[in-house]
Design a protein around this ligand. Structure first.
Ligand code: ADP
Length: 324
């Protein structure tokens, strides 16, 4: 029997649990012994590794987060701890590893493979949708659903009290969550790092809307411009002239039970990852573009900055500049 392990690394994302369930079932179906690495690369270093059974994954499909834990690991940046991690796998005859994580996790995975020749396959899993080479990362759909629920609720109070709400989404340097949320929630304005904005040019357009009878605003901003959040709220109060509240959505965006789409994508990503490892594809990331799965070199994926697709930027630009 060959052995194969899975680890969740970096920020958690909804969809990781359905991925773990598929991992156990598909590994066993392929005559492999599945192992869980608990608590990310920290657990890999500290030998928190255990064989996984069907019973470990029953009843987890509908849970957010990851039942095996995740972590950020300073130690994994150092060669001596990566050597310790590799020994923990090798003593169990585990020579294949699936890594669920973001670009940081993939940089670690790339180095780990090159040093220790343990075959690795990455599955992009982050709510930020900010991984180069793939149009979708696991967890995005569920996160967008959580954001939608939050914005809908805030809209109720904004409309009742005649206020502007500045709502900040996650996304690190990537404006994807903010852009999609703004387009699908009827926001009046969206501000993201990808599209330059000039608040003074926007002022007359919002003032005009107030004169025409609008009595509240929903304004979505993304984490990448968080440094401007207070200035944006002050600008709305002072220049546009509407009482304003700031709402940083924070970690609720990471939670929530996985959407149907994320359950299905988890199933598919894991299937492709195990297939890659069983076919001798040793150091790649499963990518999803144009309804098709493919494999990309992990180094390219981990070291190239991601960009938001051009069509989405084009569609959203009027909402970001209020110029048509
Ligand atoms: P994400 O995978 O969500 O982008 P991080 O950027 O925090 O999250 O990376 C997760 C972990 O990957 C880090 O805590 C670290 O253990 C490991 N990692 C990141 N970059 C490297 C690197 N250059 N070399 C080795 N390990 C790394």
């Amino acid at each position: 029997m060959r052995s194969i392990a899975i680890v969740c690394s970096g920020g958690d994302a909804s969809g990781m649990n359905p991925a773990l369930k598929r991992f156990v079932e598909y590994a066993i179906a392929n005559a492999c012994t599945p192992y869980f690495v608990y608590d990310g690369y920290e657990g890999l270093i500290d030998d928190r590794i255990g064989e996984a059974h069907y019973r470990d994954v029953s009843g987890i499909l509908n849970k957010g987060g990851t039942v095996i834990g995740s972590s950020r690991s300073e130690r994994f940046m150092l060669p001596k701890y990566r050597t310790q991690a590799a020994l923990n796998l090798k003593k169990r005859h585990i020579h294949m590893l699936v890594v669920l994580g973001g670009d940081g996790s993939f940089r670690g995975m790339d180095t780990f493979y090159k040093e220790h020749r343990i075959a690795c396959c990455g599955i992009p899993a982050t709510i930020d949708n900010d991984i180069f080479g793939t149009a979708y990362t696991l967890g995005v759909d569920t996160a967008l659903g959580m954001i939608r629920t939050a914005i809908d609720a805030i809209r109720d109070t904004a409309a009742s009290l005649n206020r502007a709400f500045v709502i900040e989404t996650m996304g690190r340097e990537c404006g994807y969550l903010a852009l999609v949320s703004a387009l699908t929630s009827g926001a009046e304005l969206c501000l993201v790092p990808e599209i330059p904005y000039d608040l003074q040019r926007i002022t007359p357009r919002l003032k005009q809307q107030l004169q025409e009878g609008r009595h509240y605003f929903i304004i979505i901003i993304s984490e990448g411009i968080a440094h401007d959040r207070e200035a944006i709220a002050t600008w709305l109060s002072n220049d546009v002239g509407i009482e304003t509240r700031l709402n940083v959505l924070g970690h609720l965006q990471r939670g929530g039970n996985p959407s149907v789409y994320d359950r299905l994508m988890a199933y598919r990503f894991v299937t492709y990852a195990i297939d890659a490892l069983l076919n001798g594809n040793n150091n790649s990331v499963v990518c999803y573009n144009d309804h098709t799965f493919s494999y990309r070199n992990v180094h390219d994926v981990a070291t190239t900055p991601a960009t938001v697709e051009a069509e989405l930027l084009r569609l959203a630009t009027p909402l970001c500049t209020l110029e048509h």
